[in-house]
Design a protein around this ligand. Sequence first.
Ligand SMILES: Cc1ncc(COP(=O)(O)O)c(C=O)c1O
Ligand SMILES: N[C@@H](CCCC[NH3+])C(=O)O
Length: 415
Amino acid sequence: MIDYQNQTLAVDGVPLTKIAAEFGTPCYVYSEAALTAAFEDYRASFASLDPLICFAVKANSNLSILQHFARLGAGFDIVSGGELARVLAAGSPADKVVFSGVGKSEAEMEMALNAGIHCFNVESVNELARLDAVAGRLNKVAPVSLRVNPDVDAKTHPYISTGLKDNKFGIAFDQARATYHAAASLAHLKVVGIDCHIGSQLTDVTPLIDALDRLLALIDELASDGIVLEHVDIGGGLGIRYTDETPPDIAAYAEKVAERLAGRKLKLVMEPGRSLVGNAGVLLTRIEYLKLGDEKHFAVVDAAMNDLMRPSLYDAYHGIVPVEKKAGVATMTVDVVGPICESSDFLGKNRDLAIEQGDLLAVLSAGAYGSTMSSNYNTRSRAAEVLVENGQTRLIRRRETLDELLVNERELLAK
Ligand SMILES: Cc1ncc(COP(=O)(O)O)c(C=O)c1O
Ligand SMILES: N[C@@H](CCCC[NH3+])C(=O)O
């Protein structure tokens, strides 16, 4: 997977120096073996429940990575027509796709109904009405699960917490029962399930289990009302180790879920994102300049906040290590910063690194919410992406060219 071999960091045995020489920097590099291992960990842990594991596409939407998960048997959690186009292009059957998100447009609903997705995770009463109308127009019946907001505190960064009353996500718990009745009365909807997703990068599963307990209580109330659900979708949210976190043990989590589902005829669906890809990828970058001051030193690298915005956006910590461990190089404390004209353009602060100008660095745990959140700010091309499969490298996204960055505007210049 990702480790030092002869003092050089390697991904599945391929030295990152070789990858930088072949594909340039900045560049995302992923280990296929690590992707597979993470998926198999879920599958084995939850084996007794035979769940539909829907990879949350927003965490990493590269077509080759989606194709890999599809081949392993994953389904997908999408939040836009664009993500649907990606999973279909990657070869996923539509009936393994669940569609979340608070703002689905009519065009997106139409696209998903025509494709024949597994279900819509509906997040409001007005969305139900819209979906019913769109399905009616297409002469179809839309499979519906309500995303319920269980109002539990996920105890994570406020920007990535989604299951509290204050968050825009899901249907408020105390309105859920009535909303199910409304859904059941609409002619072009079929109520099939319930789901929740309370937040991301959770290191304690207690809030996830509390949320599941609330959902199960509601499922029982609905059954007594004659509304019988086929599946329960427990969302995603399991955290990974960026620095010293102890991520939840998936098998222990699975055991708790299994205890609660025992004796119930409920299919289990889940939507993990970060925990399937986060630690399978690094962002490879080169030090353009060392900028040494009296008090403060900077390593200015060729990756920036447009490539990996988690540090700027959430003050998130990513490990940063030299690709080559060199003897005889002094360690200095640096801020690792990009070339973008923003003071928030940093990848790491106050890092002790034994480095020289021109060296390669690897930003760790960059497989989730890295490339998917990248942008062209400062008219920078988005990075290349490389997958290492069985010791072989494969380019899975070309570095954008400057022509590609200008194409949508050049023809529109005033004559
Ligand atoms: C609806 C939904 N499902 C699944 C996920 C995946 O979450 P995570 O990457 O934390 O597993 C998210 C993102 O947090 C989400 O919004
Ligand atoms: N983008 C966030 C996670 C968002 C989760 C989306 N529901 C991150 O990088 O941590």
